[in-house]
Design a binder for this molecule. Structure first.
Ligand SMILES: Cc1cc2nc3c(=O)[nH]c(=O)nc-3n(C[C@H](O)[C@H](O)[C@H](O)COP(=O)(O)OP(=O)(O)OC[C@H]3O[C@@H](n4cnc5c(N)ncnc54)[C@H](O)[C@@H]3O)c2cc1C
Length: 380
């Protein structure tokens, strides 16, 4: 029995069905894989083909690294091809389904494959309790107690509740004395107090910059929002923020030494023109003018040094509900190597409900697929 129909649940089911087991899925929503489909809206980035060392470095836990090594990009691409979903490698190694294939096509192809292997799906069925032998499944009319041989829980994290990822299961776990860690936002925007002269540029991208937070750094593009910044480098640096680093520094011209910047600024009519010629984004120019005194702004030595290290005080991460993913949930210390719960060895956990972290860019989904595969292969 599998509870949930996200990518982790479906991959666990895939391996179990292929091994000849009988599998029944229960899902509280009306349809399968709602968060999987949401992930598809902004480009369906299923995994990433960067080199293995860099790939593994994206994960914060050795346990999840072991799983993505056992079921990695190649295995995923082969599996998708098998169910009729050809993929291609996009920019920065991202793996996408071929452009004509929509997220719902991927999901439907997968569900059809599982049904052909004999899977049964029950929707609008919520697991409200479980013990070592049976689960309590609530529907509109009643609560059924259903016995299982093995139970796979792939209940998701705690963001985007409307997709079913409410994190409500953690209360049930705590009632049973199973350790869970509080959820925290990951892959969330940074909240920053910014003056109106800057926020009026909201929605504008700030391209080709390098962001530094604590010991971490990331090159890329961020976007100014009504509350602060979002974008790949921001998401990548979430972990550094949660470790207590709140002073973000932006290098607005990473390829240029301060001396080169001074030389270029000197050729311009005035510093503002010079910054424009250097292609510094408008929100950054406005912020620099807000932070520097007039005489500092006119001093090209000060200005060029500032450009290499523009400081921003981060207030908070956006709320958990808005985050792309969450950390927290079931710690690896509460599960065995096969991801069965130490307290309930016949019950397995996989996907985002486990406490691991990775940036977006396909790494989240790959870890969900891989941990599902790990559970599916581990059940004999
Ligand atoms: C906006 C957005 C964009 C994203 N983009 C990307 C991306 O580009 N690349 C990437 O790698 N990842 C991305 N993600 C993250 C990715 O979608 C998730 O990490 C992934 O879906 C988690 O999979 P999962 O199987 O663990 O859980 P989920 O997909 O959340 O599935 C859990 C399922 O369990 C069901 N469930 C929970 N409790 C119960 C219960 N008690 N009874 C019955 N059913 C229950 C839920 O209804 C849900 O269907 C994105 C997420 C969001 C929100």
């Amino acid at each position: 029995m599998i509870i949930g129909t996200g990518p982790a649940a479906l991959m666990a089911g895939t391996f179990l069905l292929e091994a000849g087991h009988k599998v029944t899925f229960y899902e509280q929503k009306k349809a399968a894989g709602r968060k999987f489909l949401v992930a598809g809206h902004g480009g369906f980035n299923l995994s990433n083909s960067i080199d293995q060392e860099a790939f593994l470095a994206m994960y914060d836990r050795e346990e999840i690294r072991e799983m993505v090594q056992a079921f990695g990009v190649d295995e995923l691409v082969r599996f998708l091809a098998k169910i009729g979903i050809p993929t291609y490698i996009g920019s920065s190694g991202k793996i996408f389904p071929q452009p004509h294939i929509k997220p719902i096509d991927v999901l439907n192809a997968w569900l059809d494959y599982l049904k052909k292997l004999g899977a049964t799906f029950h929707f609008e069925r919520r697991m409200v309790d479980f013990d070592a032998n049976a689960v309590h499944i609530s529907s509109r009319d009643n609560i059924e107690v259903i016995r299982y041989d093995k139970l796979v829980l792939a209940l998701g994290g705690a963001s985007w509740a409307k997709t079913g990822a409410t994190g409500a299961w953690s209360a049930l776990f705590r009632e049973k004395g199973i350790d869970t860690l509080p959820f925290a936002a990951s892959n969330a925007g940074f909240e920053i107090d910014l003056p109106e002269t800057v926020t009026l540029f909201q929605g504008q991208p700030i391209k080709h910059i390098k962001c530094y937070l604590g010991a971490q750094e990331k090159y890329g593009e961020i976007v100014l929002t009504e509350y602060g910044f979002e974008g790949a480098p921001v998401f990548y640096l979430n972990g550094a923020f949660r470790k207590g680093n709140h002073q973000l520094r932006i290098d607005a011209k990473p390829g240029f030494e301060a001396e080169k910047i001074i030389a270029l600024l000197k050729q311009a009519r005035n510093p503002t023109e010079g910054l424009k010629q250097l292609k510094i984004a408008k929100p950054l120019i406005a912020y620099i003018k807000y932070k520097l005194k007039k005489e500092e702004f006119l001093d090209l030595n000060v200005l060029s040094r500032f450009l290499k290290e523009i400081p921003f005080e981060l207030k908070a991460l956006r709320p958990v509900e808005e985050a792309i993913s969450t950390v927290g949930g079931v710690p690896f210390e509460a599960v065995n190597h096969d991801l069965s719960l130490k307290q309930f060895p016949g019950i397995y956990c996989c996907g985002e409900m486990l406490d691991w972290d990775a940036p977006t860019g396909g790494y989240l989904l790959q870890a969900c697929f891989a941990s599902g595969a790990w559970v599916g292969k581990g059940i004999k």
